[in-house]
Design a protein around this ligand. Structure first.
Ligand code: ARG
Ligand code: ZN
Length: 876
């Protein structure tokens, strides 16, 4: 059994906080205090202009509690033109970026006027320009870049918004809620007024002004409310909005059926924007999306893109309840809305597609993105204790591990009690800003189940490591399952407590392959514990953590041939997938250490999987796909990237060569039409490309010819990108031919051009670093568009072998990108830091080079607090 690496830190874990800095202030969860002043109403008036927008805000404020502290309004980069208190000139002072106003009574009206420049806003936070339109992003702390306001999620207000702008440039004027009035103004200008009846925190405010066209539709809710739906895009993109609209209606129906949640306004708008820091934003009634999660058609989007659109459209829509109707008290509670909403969108995607495959994909994301976070210098709890910059905490831990936590609650309570719990939660906290504790309390009160011990999953960082073995007593016909758990220290948490770990478990007969008795839900809640199974005649095989019931690392002592057997026999699809993957992982880890791979058992398991007609193509594709190099590296104490790369290549080559007929047959399997988005058709396309990948690994020349044929003949982007993704790593003439053809055909389509950059940055070739450096000089590369930057630098940093090029040029390139991007867009720059932060895991030469680049970044003056926090914590 390959060793599961436990995360190690040298010496005592350091503090989880960034090293003290004169300019950047740490915010701590324990310092939470209710707001001194509430703002029940706000009226905003925008005079829109790309260069100079004026914002007038009228706040009705109310003293909250018995105190005599002044009103403090947050601001960031605002040019203050005037302040009035109850209509008279106010004695306001500016304290740093805050505006401080003394108020004698308990109520007042505060009016401010500021000027901002959307065109100069390269951070893409607040009001900014994108392709000639104006739009906003306020979560987490962007509203303070629009107007002076208590920018915190526990201040809820009713919004009335008026905006006026040039009618030709901005024919469409949108904000949250309902449009209540429109009209013409002088000089070719026009205006619109919007009102949102639901009180909301300012991070949910949105405004959009631009030359947009809508794909319009309707949805009738369960109680008969007619909702107008619009997806606003540039006119040329209208034909690419059908899938997003379809997904939206599916999501609205699903939330009614599964959670009993209806939409609550007469209008639901989505706007797609090309320049966007994240995926999308759930602003009340006016979701703003990265175009990448809206636009799709057969020719330009892969099956994966279509799935992501459905997932993100659903995610943002679901936030209307888990996020908007019930919001977060403070940003430490971010997972209250994000973890829960990810869990909800995972359920949606499982229900509209293949549940088994969806679970595999979700676990793959967790292992690829969250486990490394949990074992590295940026490890933090699902509910963190402190931050310098909250944008750095929109992480896989808060989102994906947060979703696993909710899934554990769901597993423990069962679907009915869980639903009773969420009903109570929504009911009890509707219109409020709540905490993670409130959520758990609602689950407990509705179910009668005590979850107090489970709450440690919110506060304790790190991935628990569980060891398991079975002993059998033939006389007693009983099996004993021995479990132990261990959790290594993480920054700021030197001493760890035992965690309750829910494990769906079954025993399987070694000979018949049949399950023995029912599956059991075991909760390991001691450091070491044994569980007894009766009626077990002979020594059984163990199927544990089925469905990945707990987000842990697992190490099971297994007899010879057991994994091979489970890979065919386990009745739980996820466990079966795990068995095949673990077989591969064993061969790969041994291969990386010994520089030679024993492929025999893997070849047999893959052959049997391909030949099994009880399972579908999508599952086969997932199961036989070799673990990524990064995942293999996570199992090693000291990573030598070339050894990992060679081992994986060797295994793939052996499988491809020895199973070339089976791979060819799988590749030639007939699927549905190119526009068929059924799970079956998608599964076949996926298997065809995965099989082709293996075939090409066994025979590069024949593989390249086949891939080129698939590329040339493709009538859909899945097949085209699948083929190109292979060709970029092969050295034949087909590589450049295909890349050039792809570029010529799609150069005008930014999202497809992102693929062109990304695929080259992911190429498994010795020359990839050189190519990436060249691509950074390409006329179509721009550092100011987050999608393009991620396509090149983000993809490259995820290309394990190429990024870890022994000459260190990959590290230097990433550091250059971080520093250049930081001047424009700190949030997006900071997201590129974590790959360098893995330096401790690598062999000494690379480790030193990585650290040197991190030091260069951290030592640069004028760094944003976003990048400062990530880089300085990564060095500790
Ligand atoms: N709440 C958004 C979501 O649905 C993410 C917005 C994050 N924005 C940011 N600037 N960090 O996940
Ligand atoms: Zn979200």
């Amino acid at each position: 059994m390959a060793d599961v690496r436990s995360p190690t830190l040298p010496g005592d874990p350091q503090s989880a906080e960034a090293p003290p800095s004169p300019t950047h202030v740490t915010t701590r969860r324990e310092d939470y205090r209710a707001p001194d002043w509430l703002v029940p109403e706000i009226a905003l008036d925008f005079s829109l202009d790309l260069e100079r927008t004026r914002v007038r805000a009228i706040l009705s404020v109310e003293r909250n509690g018995d105190h005599d502290r002044p009103l403090k309004l947050d601001g960031d980069g605002l040019a203050l033109l005037k302040v009035k208190l109850d209509g008279a000139d106010a004695a306001a002072r500016q304290d740093g970026e805050q505006l401080v106003i003394d108020i004698a009574g308990d109520r007042a009206t505060v009016e401010t006027e500021v000027e901002i420049s959307p065109a100069a806003n390269t951070q893409l936070m607040g009001l900014y320009a994108s392709g000639g339109m104006l739009c906003t992003q306020c979560e987490a702390e962007g509203f303070r870049r629009i107007t002076f306001f208590p920018d915190r999620p526990d201040v809820l207000s009713r919004y009335r918004v008026r905006m006026e702008g040039d009618a030709a440039r901005f024919p469409v004027l949108l904000s949250n809620g309902n449009r209540v009035a429109t009209g013409e103004a002088a000089d070719g200008r026009h205006w619109a007024e919007w009102e949102d009846p639901f009180p909301k925190p300012c991070y949910l405010f949105a405004l959009v002004a631009g030359d947009l066209q809508a794909n319009s539709d309707r949805f009738t809710t369960a109680s008969g409310r007619e909702v107008e739906l619009n997806i606003y895009v540039r006119a040329a993109d209208l034909p690419k909005t059908a899938h997003a609209m379809h997904s939206l209606k599916q999501a609205m129906a699903w939330d009614e059926q599964v959670y009993g949640r209806e939409y609550d306004l007469d209008l639901f708008n989505i706007v797609a924007v090309s320049d966007f820091n994240m995926g999308a934003m759930e602003n009340k009634g006016l979701n703003v999306f990265n175009t990448a999660y809206v636009l799709a058609d057969q020719d330009t989007a892969t099956d994966g893109d279509f799935d992501n659109i459905a997932r993100v459209v659903a995610h943002e829509y679901f936030h209307n309840w888990s996020g908007n109707r019930v919001t977060c008290r403070d940003w430490f509670q971010l997972s209250l809305k994000e973890g829960f909403t990810v869990f909800r969108d995972q359920g949606f995607s499982a229900d509209i597609g293949s549940a088994a495959v969806k679970r595999i994909e979700d676990v793959r994301v967790l292992r690829a993105a969250q486990f490394p976070e949990d074992s590295g210098p940026l490890a933090h709890a699902v509910r963190p204790d402190s931050y310098l910059e909250i944008s750095n905490f929109y992480t896989a831990t808060v989102y994906n591990k947060g979703a696993e936590l909710i899934r554990m609650f769901h597993t423990l309570l069962g679907p009915e009690k869980f639903r009773a719990g969420t009903d109570l939660y929504f009911d009890r906290h509707d219109g409020e800003a709540a905490t993670c504790d409130d959520f758990v309390a609602a689950l407990e009160d509705a179910s009668g189940v005590d979850l107090s011990r489970f709450k440690i999953w919110y506060s304790q960082a790190g991935t628990p490591h569980v060891r398991a073995h079975i002993s059998h007593d033939a006389d007693a016909k009983a099996a004993l399952l021995h479990l132990s758990q261990h959790l290594a220290p993480t920054p700021g948490q030197a001493v760890k407590q035992v965690m309750p770990i829910p494990l769906r478990t079954a025993l399987i007969d070694r000979h018949s392959g049949e399950q023995i008795g029912d599956e059991r839900l075991i909760v390991l809640d001691e450091a070491e514990q044994a569980f007894r199974f009766d009626g077990v005649g002979s020594a059984p095989m163990l199927s544990i953590n089925r469905g990945f019931s707990a987000p842990i690392l697992l190490d099971v002592a297994r007899g010879p041939g057991e994994l091979e057997r489970l890979a065919q026999a386990d009745g739980d699809p996820f466990a079966r997938y795990e068995a095949i993957q673990e077989l591969m992982m064993r061969a790969l880890v041994a291969g990386a250490q010994a520089n030679a791979v024993d492929a025999d058992t893997v070849v047999e398991a893959i052959a049997a999987t391909l030949a099994d007609d009880r399972i579908d193509a999508a599952f086969k594709a997932e199961a036989i796909l070799a673990p990524s190099e990064a995942l293999i590296a996570d199992r090693l104490d000291v990573v030598v990237p070339d050894a990992v790369h060679r081992a994986r290549d060797a295994l793939r080559a052996a499988v491809g060569a020895r199973l070339s007929d089976a791979m060819l047959a799988a590749h030639r399997q007939e699927g549905g039409a190119g526009n068929d988005l059924s799970p079956e058709a998608k599964g076949i396309r996926r298997l065809r490309s995965v099989a082709l990948g293996y075939f090409a690994a066994g025979d590069a020349t024949a593989g390249a010819a086949l891939a080129k044929a698939q590329f040339d003949g493709a009538d859909n982007m899945t097949d085209r990108q699948g083929a190109l993704g292979l060709l970029v790593s092969l050295d034949g003439p087909e590589r450049v031919q295909a890349l050039d053809a792809f570029y010529l055909r799609f150069r005008e389509d930014p999202l497809v051009l992102d693929k062109w950059f990304g695929l080259q940055a992911m190429a498994q070739r010795a020359e990839t670093v050189d190519e990436v450096l060249k691509l950074a000089e390409h006329p179509d590369f721009t550092i100011s568009n987050p999608n393009r930057l991620r396509a090149l630098a983000g993809s490259f940093a995820a290309n394990h072998w190429a990024f870890h090029s022994p000459d260190g040029r990959g590290y230097a390139f990433l550091a250059d990108m971080i520093l250049a991007a930081d001047k424009l867009n700190p949030q997006t720059a900071a997201r590129l830091v974590p790959p360098l932060g893995r330096w401790r895991r690598f062999e000494p030469h690379r480790s030193k080079l990585m650290r040197a680049q991190l030091e260069r970044v951290a030592g640069t003056s004028g760094l944003s607090k976003d990048v400062y926090e990530q880089a300085s914590k990564s060095l500790v």
